[in-house]
Each structure stands twice: as C-alpha cells, then as structure tokens.
Design a binder for this molecule. Sequence first.
Ligand SMILES: C[S@@+](CC[C@H](N)C(=O)[O-])C[C@H]1O[C@@H](n2cnc3c(N)ncnc32)[C@H](O)[C@@H]1O
Length: 261
Amino acid sequence: MENTTNTEYKVGDLIYDANIYDGLNTFLSDLQFYKNWMPKEVNAEILELCSGSGRLTIPLAKEGLKITGVDNSKSMLEQAKIKTKNEKLEISFILADIRNLDLTKKYDLIFIPFNSIHHLYDNQDLFDTFKVVEKHLKDNGLFIFDCYNPNIQYITEAEKGKNKIAEYTTTDNRKVIIEQTMKYESITQINRIEWHYFINDVFHSVQNLDMRMYYPQELDSYLKYSGFTILHKFGNFDEDKFNDKSEKQIFVCVKSKEINK
Ligand SMILES: C[S@@+](CC[C@H](N)C(=O)[O-])C[C@H]1O[C@@H](n2cnc3c(N)ncnc32)[C@H](O)[C@@H]1O
C-alpha cells in the first residue's frame, strides 16, 4: 500500500515574526488564569515553554515572579528581551527546542500556554516534550497547558473558502491583512492552515501554519502514560469544567507518583 502520509510540517517565518505576531496577539484573556495558578512562595521558579515574545512572560514577571522563558524563534526571543529591558525586568530567555531541552534544574511550575502544543506534530514530539517537563518539574510542582478542543464542524465550514481573519497595524507601522484557508488532514490530524498576508495593501506571501489537533481522550491518555495525573481539566479560562461545547482543553497536572504516594 502506498504511504500517503505527509510528514512535512511547516510554519512560515512571518507567523513568528515578532512585530507581525505582537500586532495580532494583543489579547490577555488568559493572563488572569495563569496568574491565579502561579506559586505563592517568594522564591518559586517558573518555566514557560514556548514563551514567544513574552506576551504572558512580561506581565507575570511584573508580578514579581521569577520566570524563565524558552522558545526556538530568534525573532520572538529578541522581541521578548527588548520588552524585558524596557520594563527594567530580570527574565532569563533561552533559545532552544522544547522537545530536547536540558537545563539541569527543576522548577515549581511549568506551563505551555496559548495552543503551543499544536506545534508538536508527531506523537513522539509530544512524548519527548512531556519527558522534558517531567525532568524539569519539582516533585510537587504543577504542569499547566492549554490547547484547542478540535471542532470538526468549524473546520468543515472554514475549509469552504478564504476568510479575512485580521486587519491591524504593527508598531513598526505596517498595515497587515490576513486571509485564511485551511485543509484538515485526517491521517496526521494536522490542520494545514494557510495565512495569505497583505502588507500595506499589497499581497506579500502565503505562510503555512500547520497545527496538530489533539483529541480530548488521546490527550488524557498521553498524560496518564507519560506519568502525569490530571488535577483539573477546564474548558475555558473561567475554569468551567471541560464539556462537549468547550472551545479549549486546559490542563492542570501533577506528577502521578506524588499523588499516589
Ligand atoms: C502560539 S505562540 C505562543 C507564544 C507565547 N507563549 C504567547 O502566549 O504569546 C507559539 C510559540 O511556540 C514556539 N515554538 C514552536 N515550536 C517550538 C519548539 N519545538 N520549541 C520551542 N519553541 C517552539 C514558537 O516559536 C512560538 O513563539
């Protein structure tokens, strides 16, 4: 049988060009949730995986939290460092791939916010990341992350055409329009999203934004078999219990052996 699996995964450079990203992602509706779960001990250390340009990292550090951010995009990290300096904060940022991170240190809380696990395309990518989390998390520490609850009806509708999803101006004064198309690939569970960028009203490029969908039952199992116990699974940042209509899957976990002692 011919193997038709498309094992290429793509994310265009413009998607994580920090100015283009920051102009689009100005929301902070998840900040209060993450703030509420942060450790209260004064010297607690926090690790944010996929910290990007510091959208959450900076406001959390402003609360006095000791936080380290890891990301594999130079553009996003440079932007995060500039913002950190402007705010006169101390944040350690590390350029690395979260799938094979080794900081030889343990943290009180590790989080992966804003759908970032959708960039872990193979099961092995996810398992490797969970191992990294396990290795870096203190025994009674919390592991928190959020992602979408795959919505097949939404994808089916969105596949029918091109939709304008954003229009904004960046801080470096570029007018950006984004039109979106998508094609869900059931063999890999990857939503092959394309963003068509128009900059200053001129077509610029088509940028891929592949996102691996994670179904609720598989994520619950993967966490369990990777050594985590789910303390809470919420469906939104107001902490409503995950249900059939939930847009999000938001996990608060602990290492299993701790809870089973
Ligand atoms: C959706 S953004 C989230 C950024 C930031 N946490 C926020 O909330 O705005 C996803 C981030 O994950 C980073 N990323 C994707 N795959 C990664 C990997 N394997 N290792 C490290 N960072 C990764 C991207 O560079 C990007 O900055």
